[in-house]
Design a protein. Structure first.
Length: 88
């Protein structure tokens, strides 16, 4: 029983420390936003990946970087209404 309680406490500590881990009330839209933001931050933070995307998109590297940073605001678009999320 103590192991189960300890595991639950560790999970709660991780959820408090790292927002992207999620919790029982995390919606599908929030989860997808967290994943997209993590990915975009990774691309912006690694110059080799950013260069790869700039070559693939045939755009200057600084323009691709700005595009990725701008996209972190709403990476998956505006949230849906609550009724539509319940159906998914």
């Amino acid at each position: 029983m103590a192991d189960k309680l300890r595991a639950q406490q560790q999970l709660e500590q991780l959820q408090a420390r790292y927002i992207g881990v999620g919790h029982a009330d995390t919606t599908k839209h929030e989860w997808m936003n967290n994943i997209q933001r993590d990915s975009l931050a990774l691309y912006v933070g690694h110059p080799a990946l950013l260069q790869h995307f700039s070559v693939a998109l045939n755009e200057p590297q600084q323009k691709v970087r700005k595009m990725f940073i701008d996209k972190t605001i709403q990476p998956c678009g505006p949230p849906k209404d609550k009724d539509a999320e319940m159906e998914d």
